[in-house]
Design a protein around this ligand. Structure first.
Ligand code: XIL
Length: 490
């Protein structure tokens, strides 16, 4: 699957709106949604920037010179990943001969549209020119380091983040035994060496390892997690983990949010780097709706994890996507159709970026409940006369956890404005939350509704969640009370 389409960032110049700036202070993710529909942005990039995120696209080949594509790219997206132009087979087709013009073209496009650039990529087994694979083993390390140093130096100051090492894992979580692995005596030390070399050439670029099928939990994702831990323990300047996210419609792993959270809890950035969601052709309307749900979920999960810095789609529209050429029988994988009209996934993604209206809480607000005043009324709302019930689902890893909590109003009248108090096991510290504000971060904490989920009708329920660090005790919280009334749990 090496068919090159061709061609190119980096002054952020971000338009942080007043609403966004206000919200960024202290930045619990849930607060970001409070801006509400009144300040809803009309492009993906503006909506993402208001959440201190980016929304990116891949550009390659003739895409920037197609007016339709260029116009959507420059208007809707604020990050560009070159699809092929910075890969080894383009940048160093023969030993020591470098060609940066295709990549420079993408960078120019990005700069002209106030977009940043994710550099992609430096070390990868694929799209690797034959001369590298046929080198005597003893020369691979030197050649790899020269390649990295030359390319990163060429783009120094213009790249937000580099995919330094791409796709280093097999599906079972073992290392791919490629030319680089083998040259380092059959070891993953090449990864540390590549990252250190890139860092020396551009200390300001965020340095990533990027892979696919690591979006949810599983052996491959665990392999990446272990590697990330090891690299950080060795002081290697790893900055982030890229989740490629080439999905099949309806098969986005439910564990993706918790998985992003565990990488973030290591102190790393996380990015969705190559999102597409392929559909068997011809695409049914049901599948297009499911795709909209998939895109919205991924976007919301990224917003819920403080260190998830952004989402990039792989391509602009279905007509330029790599999917039909690579996965026979599949297509329709992006947010724009073959005629560059926005699909349901576009609308759901924009809504998700604008504050979660995609998946409203189970309760619908009562007719007379203006959402703006809802949170203010939280503390004065009466307790639920018939009591309340809580279910919690905790998903933990060695140093962190995510908790998803659903609270049901068992009373006979609606609640308008709620606070749920509970006790966190010792050693747990909340780092961020969604669909509620949670404070303080440990001990006896209170979760308070946000504007859009203040109302819980009689018999209705609402859900929120949080991420926490722990020191060994990942048990669920206890002693829940809703507006002062103790709740049953289970
Ligand atoms: C793809 C490009 O989109 C194609 O044009 C090319 O023919 C093959 O590579 N993972 C990656 C990307 O990291 O570089 C790949 O891009 C898609 C899978």
């Amino acid at each position: 699957m090496v068919l090159n389409r061709v061609l190119s960032p980096s002054h952020p110049k971000r338009l942080i709106t007043v609403a966004a700036a206000a919200v960024l202070v202290g930045a619990p993710v849930i607060a970001l949604t409070a801006a509400g529909p009144a300040s809803a942005a009309s492009t993906l990039r503006a909506a993402a920037e208001a959440q201190n995120r980016y929304f990116g696209t891949e550009l390659t080949g003739s895409m920037p010179s197609n007016q339709t594509i260029a116009s959507i790219a420059g208007t809707q997206f604020d990050m560009v990943t070159p699809g092929n132009e910075m890969k080894w087979d383009t940048t160093e087709p023969s030993n020591g001969n470098y060609n940066f013009s295709p990549g420079d073209g993408i960078v120019s496009f990005a700069q002209a549209h106030n977009m940043r650039v994710r550099g992609h990529n430096l070390v990868w087994h694929s799209q690797l020119p034959g001369w590298v694979s046929s080198l005597p083993t003893s020369q691979v390390k030197g050649v790899m380091e020269s390649h990295i140093t030359t390319e990163v130096t060429h783009y120094k100051g213009k790249i937000y983040a580099w995919d330094v090492v791409n796709e280093p894992f097999n599906e079972d979580g073992s290392y791919r035994q490629d030319v680089f692995y083998n040259a380092f005596g059959g070891g993953e030390q090449y990864i540390a060496d590549a990252i250190r070399t890139a860092h020396a050439a551009d200390p300001n670029a965020k340095l990533y390892i990027n892979d696919y099928n690591i979006e949810g939990s599983g052996s491959k994702s665990n392999g990446m997690y272990t590697l990330a831990q090891q690299l950080l323990a060795q002081g290697v300047p790893l900055g982030g983990v890229g989740l490629e996210s080439h999905f099949i419609v309806g098969q986005v792993p439910a564990s993706m949010q918790a998985n992003m959270a565990r990488f973030a809890a290591l102190g790393l950035d996380v990015a969705v780097t190559e999102l597409d969601d392929r559909i068997p052709l011809p695409a049914s309307s049901g599948n297009l709706q499911q795709q909209a749900t998939d895109y919205a979920n991924i976007t919301k999960w990224c917003l819920s994890v403080a260190r998830c810095v952004g989402v990039s789609q792989w391509g602009v529209g279905d007509a330029d996507s790599w999917i039909p050429g690579t996965f026979s029988g599949y297509g329709a994988a992006t947010m724009y159709d073959n005629n560059y009209q926005p699909k349901p996934a576009y609308t759901s993604t924009l809504n998700a970026l604008n504050g979660g209206s995609v998946s409203p809480p189970p309760s619908s607000p009562p007719p007379s409940s203006p959402s703006a005043s809802a949170s203010a009324s939280a503390s004065s709302s009466p307790p639920p006369a018939g009591g309340c019930h809580v279910t919690d689902a905790v998903s933990a890893w060695n140093t962190g956890l995510t908790a998803n909590i659903t609270v049901t109003n068992n009373g006979t009248s609606a609640i308008n404005g709620w606070h749920l108090t509970f006790t966190l096991p010792s050693g747990q510290t909340v780092t961020n939350a969604w669909n509620a504000t949670v404070s303080p971060s440990s001990g006896a904490v209170t979760a308070t509704n946000v504007s859009y989920n203040a109302a819980i009708p009689a018999g209705g329920s609402t859900s929120f969640g949080f991420q926490a660090n722990h020191t060994g005790n990942a048990a669920a919280p206890t002693a829940f009370s809703l507006n002062g009334t103790a709740c049953s749990v289970g």
